[in-house]
Every structure is written in C-alpha cells, then in structure tokens.
Ligand binder design. Structure first.
Ligand code: FES
Length: 242
C-alpha cells in the first residue's frame, strides 16, 4: 500500500485523538467504578449502622421495660406506684406482685404474690438501706394459703393451719410448714436492690430450691440457720403465749 506524504500527519492526529478519547473513557470508567464502590460501601455501612442502632435501641427499651417490671409496685387508689425505702417504717409490710406485668389476670394470680417486709428495728430494720428489707413468697409452702405479716408478733402467719415464719430468713417455726416438703425449708425469697432513681426492685431470681426457692414448695437453707431461727421463732411464740 502506498501512503501519500500528506495523509500521514492526518492519520497520526486521528490516532492521537482516538488515544485521548480512549484514555478519557478509561478514566471515566475508573471514576465510575470508584463511585460505584464508594456508594456500595456507604450504603453497606449505613445499613449496618442502622441495624446496629435499631438493635441497641430495642435492647435499651427492653432493659428499661425489664427495669420497670422488676420494680416493686404498690397498689394505690389510682393504680400502682413504685416504692422507695422511705415509704416504709420498720416492722411494716405490704403485698406486691412480681413480676409485675400490668395484665390484671396475670397480676392477680396468687403465685405472683409476694410480701415486702421492713424488718423490726432490733432485726436491722432501722437502717436506711436495702438490708432492712425482705421479700418472701406470700404463698404458704404447705397448701398454698396466703400468708400475712403480723406486726404485733413480728412474724409471718398462715391463717389456714397456723404455720408461722420468722421474718429474717422466712424459716417456719410452728405449724405444718415446719416439717413440710424437705428438711431446712424456708419461704422462697427475692433478692432486692435499689436502682439509680431510688426505687426498690427485685433482682432476677433463679427459682430452684437452693437459690431463690420454688413458689409453693420452698427454699432450702443451711441446717445451722434453720435450727437457730426455728429456736428464735419458738421462743418468740412462747413469749407471745405467756
Ligand atoms: S396451708 Fe399453710 S400450713 Fe397449711
């Protein structure tokens, strides 16, 4: 093939132009790929962040709901309210529902009823901290009657068959409950705390006999404790009968 001398520069310019156009196209493609990668990363990170924040928010809401549910609720004419240490004088008690659900059917089940006691002063109830308090199942461990706190005698009493329990550990010292179910039995108990707002709450219980106990069945305590507080209870009963 014969090339004219005048056509060569033109062809060279075309190639150069073509080369520039290709460079630009490559550049555009590189830029486009970069943009696509950046957008993908941004969308992925944003999605992960939204999922994480939503989950954290749900956990915070759940924690808040559990915290409110664990607080001791006092029944009032207008519904319920939370309670503080200062709401109780030594040697006083009230019935409460645990766990509180706000569902009237569930919250009236006797197995959800507990007794909060502020101990008598001579048992440590004068201290303005949670050590002054005890919370026991309000269901007797024999045949499940509702127990009451007797301020006058400073013990818990089952009105059905006369079982009596001392207030420091919930150990029975009179009546059928004394020898019922298993040795060294006591009332199921909730561990209590005071939250940052000053309200009394129940720590998450473990309902087995050697931890918080089983409602309607009992809680196992050490033989020494059982023996000691049975004797103390029996002596308070004898004093009361004099
Ligand atoms: S139900 Fe309590 S002693 Fe029988």
């Amino acid at each position: 093939m014969i090339h004219s001398r005048f056509t060569r520069p033109e062809t060279s310019v075309c190639r150069k132009t073509l080369g520039l156009a290709m460079d630009q196209e490559i550049q555009i493609r590189v830029n486009l790929r970069g943009i696509i990668i950046a957008v993908t990363v941004l969308v992925t990170v944003s999605t992960i962040a939204i999922i994480y924040l939503t989950e954290q928010n749900n956990i915070a809401k759940q924690n808040q709901a559990e915290k409110l549910q664990a607080r001791i609720h006092m029944s009032t004419d207008n519904g319920t309210r939370y309670v503080k240490i200062s709401d109780f004088i030594p040697n006083s008690a009230m019935i409460f529902v645990y766990p509180y659900t706000g569902n009237a059917t569930v919250d009236t089940e006797s197995f959800h009823m507990w007794i909060l006691i502020r101990l008598p002063i001579h048992d440590g109830g004068g201290k303005d901290d949670i050590s002054s308090f005890r919370a026991y199942s309000a269901i007797d461990i024999q045949l499940w009657c509702m127990i009451k706190y007797q301020q006058q005698h400073e013990w818990l009493e089952d009105p059905c068959h006369g079982s009596l329990y001392e207030p420091l550990y919930g150990i029975p010292f009179a009546g059928p409950a004394k020898d019922y179910a298993f040795k060294n039995n006591a009332l199921p108990q909730l561990d209590l705390g005071v939250d940052n707002d000053g309200y009394i709450y129940a720590k998450p219980p473990i309902f087995v006999v050697d931890k918080n106990g089983v409602v309607g069945s009992g809680r196992e305590v050490s033989a020494d404790l059982s023996e000691k507080y049975r004797a103390i209870g029996e002596s308070s009963l004898q004093n009361a009968l004099k």
